[in-house]
Ligand binder design. Structure first.
Ligand code: ATP
Ligand code: MG
Length: 243
């Protein structure tokens, strides 16, 4: 089993005075795709925000590559090798595809490194290469999702955190997107994936957590979770398994 590069331990976090996360502990292991599942509003995005310094952490720790990064500001977290693709595949609509990608490399000064990352992203997404001069706002939903993932890769992350990449995409693009995530996990970096689309998520993941009421309710290998009665109960009203 590979070692954890991200360890969230007993985290209590939220907004203002209210806590959303009530002592949550999750890990992302090197080279694997780890998924966070759970109903709307349980705190999946809040966990991501807490990791990236965008929610208030009141207790617990976030460790990345052996370093305590709890409560660090976003740019410092990114500089350590974490990248986040937030919910909704947001892009800068009035900027070109190329400028959107360049925005992902804002912490890198070396032109050579930026150029080689850009080339890698363009190879991964030939559609973005074709549309490099186009305003991002004119892209299709699927292309926008490629662009937000590409922008995340431009910081050359060790760990890519992706929040609901298939939200709002047509079923065909959702399928494509999952294929892409699997490929990124195999070839590029470790991935922490938040998704509602349970079946397909467990097909591409190695390990997963089901979150409920701001903490982990069930944890296991993707295979275990596919077989789990609790998971099928929670998501499919008690079908025998997730298959
Ligand atoms: N900026 C904020 N200020 C105050 N409360 C917030 C804020 N963002 C989220 N919340 C609240 O925190 C709770 C958890 O929200 P969160 O976005 O983490 O859920 P989620 O698991 O990502 O849900 P979804 O699957 O719908 O994306 C919700 O009750 C939400 O209303
Ligand atoms: Mg969310």
């Amino acid at each position: 089993m590979s070692e954890a590069i991200l360890t969230v331990d007993n985290l209590v976090a939220g907004y203002g005075n209210a806590n959303v996360l009530n002592g949550i502990s999750v890990q992302a292991r090197d080279g694997e795709i780890t998924c966070l599942l759970g109903a709307n509003g349980v705190g999946k995005s809040t966990l991501i925000k807490a990791i990236f310094g965008l929610a208030s952490v009141r207790q617990g720790t976030v460790r990345f590559l052996g370093k305590d990064i709890t409560g660090w500001e976003t740019h410092r977290v990114v500089a350590e090798g974490l990248a986040c693709i937030p919910e909704g595949n947001r892009v800068f609509p009035r900027m070109s595809v190329l400028d959107n990608l360049m925005a992902g490399a804002y912490l890198e000064n070396s032109r050579a490194k930026i150029a080689s990352r850009l080339e890698r992203v363009m190879t991964l997404f030939p559609r973005l290469a074709e549309r490099r001069e186009q305003f991002a706002g004119t892209l299709s939903g699927g292309e926008r999702s490629m662009l937000s993932i590409g922008r995340g890769l431009m910081s050359n992350p060790r760990l890519l955190v992706i929040d609901e990449p298939s939200l709002g995409l047509s079923p065909l693009f959702v399928k494509e997107n999952f294929k892409l995530i699997r490929q990124l996990g195999d070839d590029e970096c470790t991935i922490l994936l938040v998704e509602q689309n349970v079946r397909q998520t467990l097909e591409v993941s190695h390990h997963g957590y089901v979150i409920s009421q701001g903490k982990v309710a069930v944890e296991g290998s993707a295979e275990d979770l596919r077989q789990s009665a609790e998971v099928s109960e929670a998501y499919f009203g008690g079908e025998a398994s997730v298959h």
